[in-house]
Design a binder for this molecule. Structure first.
Ligand code: SF4
Length: 449
């Protein structure tokens, strides 16, 4: 990595899966706003739905997700009861719409549910929200606990895409992060999914884990290629033990340093692109024929709380504790504390704890950030026109970006800010130039690299 980039690489910056980010949400925007916004969705547009299943059999030390170990199925069953109730609350709150276009299960590990409970959830969501033509159902799974029964249930429920948590194949690294999953187990899970007709398999890979080497990341990238992964998310491990407490179990001295992280990121990306994958945005790769690649080529790629997506939907209903819903007018997040979430739902209230109403300036900056994060360049004049803003409304961001240009992080040509491929890992740092709410003192975000 270039010496001049070290300072930028160690700065904390948001992931920009939304703008404004969740750090700006406030309790002043909660259920009342959620109800008004839900009632006014576009009648001719589909909605997307996210269902959060915050349970895992065992916590991986690197995990930053909102999840927990259930210690028996009764806690999961109690959570499910509330989840079903929340589905009904949102379905009743939504104004006329064109049905559910995407249903995404995340967590945690959605395969912590027993097969019949999973099928009931899908059936309930289909009935409550209605189906838009071409409904895509996607599920994140933990390969270690993926049973033949659950795979069969996914196939029967119409699941068309599964995200498979691979991360690394290196035994020493797996041991250091508390996630043991031999190669044979992964291959067996993938073959079973395919045998049941689920062919679109995404994989999550990581770099920057304790004891991880360049050879390890090459091995994992080659595995993803050999197994025909449709999409690959290739994330750097973000060590934030003050935020994700169980990360304290990770031995800091065993973590690769900044240069090693950068090298692992580069070599993993090269392995995937040499194999024919398209590099997408900050950290995704997709087969050329995959809808994500096609969206990137057409300029219709979007970024939302699940990362990069070809889903063009403006309305995302997040169901379950901690879930975030997105509307044209703003964002609302459900109660994180499970009892508070349950009490709200049982009281017949949408369980929104906090959120934010977008200003015109937020929409303008959010669109510029999304474009930059998706296509690695943004034309500020075009964004101002698209969003109905005065020409020059993003000139302050251009000025800030000039400083980064001198370090080689971006290039400014007229109104266009572009990020060269070799600086892709610092894309969030360039996006931050457009962030009108960024507070440098905030250490809650992960480092840029
Ligand atoms: S299985 Fe996934 S969600 Fe669960 S602890 Fe491990 S990484 Fe986190």
């Amino acid at each position: 990595m270039k010496q001049a980039w070290t300072t930028f690489a160690t700065r904390a910056v948001p992931r920009y899966t939304s703008y404004p980010t969740a750090a700006d949400f406030s309790p002043r925007v909660a259920e009342e706003s959620a109800r008004v916004w839900a009632a006014s969705v576009a009648p001719d547009k589909p909605v997307s739905v996210y269902l959060h299943v915050p349970f895992c059999e065992k916590l991986c030390f690197y995990c930053g997700c909102a999840t927990s170990v259930p210690n028996g199925y009764s806690r999961i069953a109690a959570y499910l009861k509330t989840l079903h109730q929340e589905i009904d609350l949102w379905a009743a709150a939504l104004g006329p719409h064109a049905g559910m276009g995407h249903l995404h299960f995340g967590g945690g590990s959605p395969n912590a549910l027993v097969a019949e409970d999973f099928k009931s959830l899908v059936a309930h969501a289909r009935a409550a929200f209605g189906e838009h033509a071409g409904l895509e159902i996607a599920v994140e799974v933990d390969p270690r606990t993926l049973t033949p029964d659950f795979i069969h249930a996914m196939a029967e429920a119409g699941v068309s895409r599964v995200s498979f948590g691979v991360q690394t194949l290196a035994p020493k690294v797996q041991e250091a992060v508390g996630r043991l999953q031999p190669r044979e187990l992964l291959v067996d899970g993938i073959e079973r999914l395919r045998a049941e007709g689920i062919h679109a398999i995404n994989m999550d890979l990581m770099y920057g884990l304790p004891y991880q080497t360049v050879d390890d990341v090459i091995e994992a990238a080659k595995f993803a290629v050999e197994m025909g992964a449709a999409r690959i998310s290739y994330f750097g491990y973000a060590h934030v033990p003050w935020f994700a407490k169980h990360q304290a179990a990770i031995e800091e001295a065993a973590l690769p340093d900044l240069d090693a992280r950068f090298q692992q990121a580069e070599i993993g990306a090269m392995t995937l692109t040499f194999a024919g994958y398209h590099a997408i945005g900050l950290d995704h790769f997709a087969q050329p024929g995959d809808p994500l690649s096609r969206a990137a080529q057409k300029g219709t790629l979007r970024r939302n709380f699940q990362g990069y997506t070809d889903d063009p939907c403006d309305t995302l209903i997040g169901i379950g504790s901690t879930s975030i819903s997105q509307f044209r007018q703003g964002y609302v997040q459900n109660f994180k504390e499970r009892n508070a979430w349950r009490a709200a739902v049982e009281g017949g209230r949408l369980p929104s704890e906090r959120g934010i109403e977008l200003t015109d300036d937020d929409r303008l900056r959010g669109r510029a950030i999304e474009k930059l994060m998706c296509q690695l360049w943004v034309d500020t004049a075009e964004v101002c026109r698209e969003m109905g803003a005065e020409p020059g409304s993003l000139d302050d961001a251009l000025e800030t970006a000039r400083f980064l240009q001198s370090a080689g992080l971006c290039k400014i040509t007229g109104n266009i800010v572009s990020v060269p491929k070799e600086a892709r890992l610092l894309l969030r740092t360039v996006a931050q130039c457009f962030d009108g709410r960024f507070k440098p003192a905030e250490a809650r975000h992960a480092k840029a690299v």
